[in-house]
Write a protein that binds this ligand. Structure first.
Ligand code: AMP
Ligand code: GLY
Length: 411
């Protein structure tokens, strides 16, 4: 099978490693990719949101399967353009990707499907915002309606801060605060059949102790030994299946990766957000533990044959990933810093680039992540932090407490 992967982040590097390891893949290209992905795929330059260019590249490369990593091309309908050329594509249509592209749309679908989630109000003016904040009370949850790379949400006890963020958002969603530990569940689907992956936990805040601003994600681990045994089955029944049914009913079936971000509240798992693609950095740990060939799985979802796919196989042990971000992330990141030690196995590239002299330099906010597998979570955690010791980047920021509470049984 000839596969073209679209994207250039850590998630795509992890996907590329998984795709390259699948014996059914005899050719792997990535666009635009990054220096880490270049180790396993042929790189092509393309603007990922340019539907016509992506579709033309897929034709030129005689791709059998296109895998779209990031949300922006999905929301922009790039998967539709690829499928219009008769090429199988892993990733939802633009209409279905609105589950991620608009929080208000996702809330409307969840309400219609009876999915457990936060009470919410979609607001377009400050009078409505004030009324919603008063009705729901603190802590205030204020979300930009559209795509914001994980940075559009403010959770605060401070009413003024909530109002300032709401004002800056324009179209904004005010939500009830959901208490409880967060879980990311990835479900591969062809629109009807489902293959849930192993739940993982992400660390959204920049700093240790869940302090500081929200980010795209600063680390992750799996499996979640502390989670209820029936978690996946319950979320499939209460959330995933009704949502997929509602999307089919609307004539816009969701096929691809449904990312369910959950809070495990005292009243059960409730949806915090849907995404239309693999999470970053959770993908790094989930794929490190997946033992089934990745391209076969994604191709089954892309071709509507997931019900015939064998059950997924998982490796024993645990995986931990730690993100290394550049100076000033999640603000405007400083780029161009030289990175050393990033060729080691287990280092996943995200915002990296080659300088003209060949040196590896930082080129984005989240620069790389280190991923390690161990017999247990403690071992995986130690191995991941040992990998970080081998990486040098001036001004680097990373958390020192990824997976720590879970290791200590404090969740
Ligand atoms: P999102 O971009 O929707 O994933 O939100 C980013 C982060 O904000 C989440 O991972 C949560 O930590 C927090 N968050 C978002 N919505 C809520 C909510 N309704 N209740 C509690 N925390 C939330
Ligand atoms: N790690 C969170 C996300 O990918 O949205």
């Amino acid at each position: 099978m000839r596969v073209l992967l679209i994207g250039s982040g850590g998630r795509e590097h992890a996907l590329a490693v998984g795709l390259a390891a699948d014996p059914s893949v005899d050719f792997l290209a990535a666009a635009p990719g990054n220096p880490g992905i270049a180790q396993v795929a042929e790189l092509h330059d393309v603007k990922v949101t340019d539907s016509a260019a992506v579709a033309a590249l897929a034709v030129e490369l005689s791709a059998d399967l296109v895998v779209i990593g990031p949300e922006a091309p999905l929301v922009g309908g790039v998967a539709d353009a690829v499928r219009a050329k008769g090429i199988a594509c892993f990733g939802p249509s633009g209409a279905a990707a609105a589950l991620e592209g608009s929080k208000a749309f996702a809330n409307e679908v969840m309400a219609a499907a009876g999915v457990p989630t936060a009470r919410s109000f979609a607001c377009t003016d400050m009078v409505a915002v004030r009324a919603a904040l008063t009705e729901l009370g603190a802590p205030y949850v204020v979300k930009n309606d559209g795509l914001a790379a994980g940075k559009g949400v403010v959770v605060t006890d401070d009413l003024d801060e909530a109002l300032i963020h709401a004002e800056a958002c324009g179209k904004v969603v005010i939500e009830e605060f959901l208490p409880g530990p967060e879980v990311s569940l990835f479900v591969v689907t062809d629109g009807t059949a489902v293959a849930p992956l192993m739940p993982a936990q992400d660390f959204k805040r920049l700093s240790d102790g869940d302090e500081g601003p929200n980010t795209g994600g600063m680390g992750a681990y799996a499996p979640l030994d502390w989670a209820p045994a029936d978690l996946v089955e319950r979320v499939l029944r209460e959330t995933v299946e009704p949502t997929l049914a509602e999307m089919r009913r609307r004539g816009t079936p969701f096929a691809g990766l449904l990312y369910v971000g959950l809070a495990l509240t005292p009243d059960g798992p409730k949806v915090i957000e849907f995404n239309a693609r693999f999470g970053d950095p959770e993908t790094q740990v989930v794929l490190a533990l997946l033992d089934s060939p990745l391209a076969g799985l994604l191709n089954a979802a892309a071709t509507g044959t997931l019900d015939a796919h064998p059950p997924l196989a998982w490796k024993d042990g645990s995986a931990v990933t730690i993100v290394v971000a550049s100076h000033n992330y999640p603000g405007v990141p400083r780029t161009g810093d030289v990175i050393e030690g990033a060729e080691a196995p287990g280092v996943i590239h995200a915002g990296t680039a080659r300088r003209s002299d060949g040196a590896l330099i930082s080129a984005g906010g989240r620069v790389l992540s280190v991923t390690a597998v161990g017999q247990d979570l403690r071992g995986a955690r130690q191995a991941a932090y040992a990998l970080i010791d081998g990486v040098r980047l001036d001004g680097a920021q990373y958390r020192t407490d990824i997976a720590l509470k879970a290791v200590e049984g404090r969740i």
